[in-house]
Write a protein that binds this ligand. Sequence first.
Ligand code: PMT
Length: 378
Amino acid sequence: MAASSAQQAESDYFSNEPPPKDLQANVTLAREFISRHNDEGRRIVLVTSGGTTVPLETHTVRYIDNFSAGTRGATSAEYFLQHGYAVIFLHRQFSLLPYSRHYSHNTRSFLDYMREENGRVVVDERQSADMLEVLRQYTQVKNQGRLLILSFVTITEYLWDLREVAQLMRPLGPRAMFYLAAAVSDFFVPRDRMVEHKIQSNEEFHQTEGGDGANARAPAARTDGRKLVIDLEPVPKFLQQLVDGWAPEGMIVSFKLETDPSILVRKAQYSLNKYSHTLVIGNLLLTRKWEVVFVSALEGEKWIRVPQHRRTKSFSGVASLVGSADQSSKDDEPESLLEIGTVPRGEPAVEIESLIIPEIEQMHTKYIEKIQAKAKPS
Ligand code: PMT
């Protein structure tokens, strides 16, 4: 899309779609966070995580969603923090959070990690060492004020937050990084095509909403006889605006999710060529925990894989910070679950993010050097 039409699409989108109620509160928190870490010369990464919803009604009862549980984002945020970054974690409300993710499995309640002893609640001794490690890391990050958690639910809330935070990060120049792991809707219901009230399935109660006469646009989600018909419109490609306008000096890492292995690298390459940002990380729905492909102008195509014997699925324990915390009931991988204690001590499963983040940190160092060298007078 040409720059002017991308700008037009952005301007149309933000003038039609109202900002979230907590936008100003988020901006205030982000401004203080960014300014403090900028003064200390620290790198800041904005990690986006989880799926965006597409509401079908203004008073939302029904919406379209996607599978993302926020594992990639929450896990990556922890490794960025381990590597000294300040992290703004912009996540889908109720998706996984850094650190607490180790205890939010759908098959296991956090209460299972505790027991009663003499009328007091104590952590089960089999969990104690691991939980202490997680707690120490969490407390250190909290005391240092290096993690800011913001949330969204809908695609529109996500885009407003992303735009505002990205613009606030501009003074960081190349020390800003955008790690876009959220699964973002490609289609949505524009506000002026959204019905106000719950769509009625009973034909006796069908609504006749339609706005102001001849200019009224047909509702995007409506009943037709006994059918529900949904006619969505494209969400503007915000990556273009992020690269060109909102954060032109920041390092941008986007993800490309596919289900067909034969097109993954091509699609990642296409995205890199189209937006000219730093890195596209390609991943497949079924293998995303074990392998990803980096596609960048600097290094071409590079696969990162967890070695076969270090892979595990849905490990519900916390054998140090590297136990896979996959949890989603929506997850459709066929392997069987490993229960607590089945991964031998000293041979914990490796989370692929523990391999991804050091690579990205190195790329970021090179990126900063390149931008600074360009800025130096010759
Ligand atoms: O949360 P998990 O369960 O761990 O899953 C992690 C993940 C698979 C969701 C994550 O690793 C991932 O791949 N996230 C990106 C998913 C996605 O939105 O892919 P896409 O191919 O639809 O989009 C590709 C790129 O286009 C994205 O980087 C996005 O920034 C951009 N995009 C998307 C929509 C839109 N309206 N405008 C855009 O610019």
